[in-house]
Design a protein around this ligand. Structure first.
Ligand code: ADP
Length: 249
């Protein structure tokens, strides 16, 4: 039998050179699609994810409307070319589950009661997957919601923690996800001190669980700062455009 590769080297570094508590390199862009009401593109390591938001708009068919709040709908989709072997297009059990947990992770952030009878539609398209796509998708979708101007209690920031070679590490890449022991995706609203997603694939002891949770929350807080910067960058660009427009007169 082939033994799994060692994922943490003698010097304590992971195979991609990261320390245990380090996130993969992250890039965020807000307002990248002109036809959606809000959009964002996020890279986290080799993950490439686009999120788009439509709404709030009147929900059809009407019998699906809620009289006192908006209906939030989320769809997670992996492109056929996003993984090593072509993925069969269309929804499957995994994408249906991820769509549900993404919606549940984002819903607490949205003032749904401001838009009775409306729907807010969130689309997450995974262009390239390398583990942690649900969390990267949530991070991107929160930015797209903010870009759509939807009033929010806070942004939602997400990342995963896990255990490989018996050690708790932040933000698993594909190799670590494949050969590691446990994986725990987390999403939080940092200013509200609220966890909106916590899943677990594996078995942690109580002590490991709290160590992992703390590390995951730290990771999310770092992502949150980057989200705020990405939004600021977008709106300072808009500011520049308005100023340029002003000088035309
Ligand atoms: P997440 O992407 O949120 O970590 P999973 O743990 O289910 O979700 O998946 C881990 C990784 O496994 C994905 O990011 C992707 O790289 C890979 N993967 C998932 N589904 C498929 C698939 N149908 N074909 C090939 N690779 C896949």
């Amino acid at each position: 039998m082939v033994s799994p590769p060692r994922l943490i080297q003698e010097n304590g570094l992971r195979l991609d050179g990261r320390r245990k508590n380090e996130l993969r390199p992250i890039k965020m862009m807000v307002g990248v699609l002109k036809r959606a009401d809000g959009s964002a593109y996020v890279e986290m390591g080799d993950n490439r994810i686009m999120a788009a938001v439509y709404g709030p708009h009147e929900l059809h068919p009407r019998h699906l409307q809620k009289p006192d709040r908006a209906v939030i709908r989320a769809r997670y989709n992996m492109a056929a070319f996003s993984v090593e072997e072509r993925k069969r297009p269309g929804p499957d059990r995994r994408s249906i589950e991820i769509s549900k947990v993404m919606r549940e992770a984002l819903e607490p952030a949205i003032f749904e009661e401001l838009y009775p009878r409306a729907s807010i539609d969130i689309f997450v398209e995974v262009l390239q997957a390398d583990a942690g796509t649900r969390t990267t998708g949530i991070t991107a979708a929160a930015l797209a919601l903010a870009d759509a101007g939807i009033p929010m209690r806070d942004l939602v920031a997400a990342c995963a923690v896990g255990r490989v070679d018996g050690q708790i590490i932040l933000d698993l890449n594909k190799m670590e996800d494949n050969y590691g022991e446990d994986d725990m995706p987390i999403a939080i609203m940092p200013r509200k001190n609220m966890i909106t997603l916590l899943q677990m694939d594996g078995h942690f002891t109580g002590e490991e669980f709290f160590e992992a949770l703390e590390l995951g929350i730290e990771g999310c807080k770092h992502i949150y700062q980057l989200q705020r910067e990405a939004l600021r960058a977008k709106y300072s660009r808009v500011g520049e455009t308005i100023e340029a427009g002003d000088t035309k007169e």
